[in-house]
Design a binder for this molecule. Sequence first.
Ligand code: TNX
Length: 528
Amino acid sequence: RFVVSALVFVISCLTLFITSAQAQIHVIPQPLHLTAQKGGFILSNKTVIGVDQQSETVGKYLQAYLNRYYKLNLKVKVYKHIPANNAIKLITGNNNSIEGAYTLSVVPGGIKITGNGAGVFYGVQSLIQLLPAKVAKPLRVAACKIADEPRFQWRGLSLDVSRHFFTVDEVKKYIDVMAHYKLNVFHWHLTDDEGWRIQIDKYPRLTEVGSKISYYAKQGKFRKLDNLIDDGRDGFYTKAEIRDVIKYAQDRFVTILPEIEMPGHSEAAIFAYPELGCQDSTGAKHRVRMLDPSEDTFKFMEDVLTEVIGLFPNQYIHIGGDEAEMADWLKSPVAVALMKKEGLKNEKEVQSYFVKRIERFLVSKNKKLVGWDEILQGGLAESATVMSWQGEAGGITAAKMHHHVVMTPLPYMYFDAPQANEDLEPIGWNPPVTWQMVYNYEPRSSQLTPAEAEYILGAQGNIWTEKVPNLRHLEYMVYPRALAVAELTWSLKENKNISRFEYKIKQQYGLFKLWNLNARLPDIVGVD
Ligand code: TNX
């Protein structure tokens, strides 16, 4: 009996040892190659962060992170002039040309990260996940080797700041967490019926009036906002604030995709400039959400987009295009005259004309147009990228037409949906979307040939904030589902494993606490 008990004891010790070793080398999203090794590296105030010219910003980012969360004061120095030992070296350049690829090696003597572009930054993100989630002494990082690269170039997350406004600091925290999980496109939904959120110099009423919809609704001067919880939240970003957020995102290798909605979802803009709204033959406003396809509207949109382009350096601009109440145009003399002049057969062709004209304008400014899948109706603009939200059909059609596609289908990628049985969760739109449903989603549909599937740039989680009144609630809705988006867009299909992922998200709670992130706990809690 003694032998048996001794054996059981040895086996449990071994299991404990193996699992605790494993517990420290989990990373979200799952790296391409990850091997645990013996031993570990102890980080202290004597550790030096070694950088080159290109990796200096990332070095300073790591320095600030270690100071903020672990109260460490590390020096950043040029790596060629530092001792071989007790250093974290951030080296620009390796032989993997995929944007974001990196290597990370942790040995008892030190840490080395190599990569091009965002690669060094992503190596640092993996390192951050290897650190203990609590301020501990010694601060030990388990030895390992990682060689990693992303599967998709578009790893997105949206935020609707129209239905409820979110402050610059809140947006920065959102971007911070995205970057921790190697998400790289922040889709900023800046305008909608319930609020215009971006300063435009040429049209000051957009912010003077259009950003205060909740106020006007309370005054009885705007319709009742009964589709919004807490009646919305007013506010807007000045240009200086937008530039600040863009720089902040750039330092974290996050590209911002700004969205300016047209021709529907434009009630706030029309409230500020009523002459842009769709009018019937009596001149009365027929519907308040639709822009008329008038020359004044095109001039307005081109002016607005010119200022937006002046702010955002990235190549893509999102022009909305969803849920336009196109039938309204059939009662508008302006639209009817346009149909006659341009030989447009129906309202869908008017929408197509509208989007194509805006596309030509964006292309003339060296930008690429992104729109929701409704822009397929009536004929797709020549170089448009389609965001497929009403299921996958629009995206599949667009990919077959050799257009780029971002998959954001409602049944898997909508984080305004509750995360489980609706009775137990905060009120949301649509049937529940569990993190498991998100995790199992495959952006490259089997209906596409391998060549067509190449047009799928990636996928994105979307959150609409009609029912999301504040940051705590937002974080609850977005996490952990956004971590599933990170893994399905970054990691190879063959490298996904849902039970390991469940273990990993539980393991992240230490970090969530450290970051003060209000993520939803899955039903089995208890992993530290
Ligand atoms: C549809 S998704 C919309 C949003 C709403 C959302 C609610 C999309 C392109 N348009 O304006 O907020 O449904 O789930």
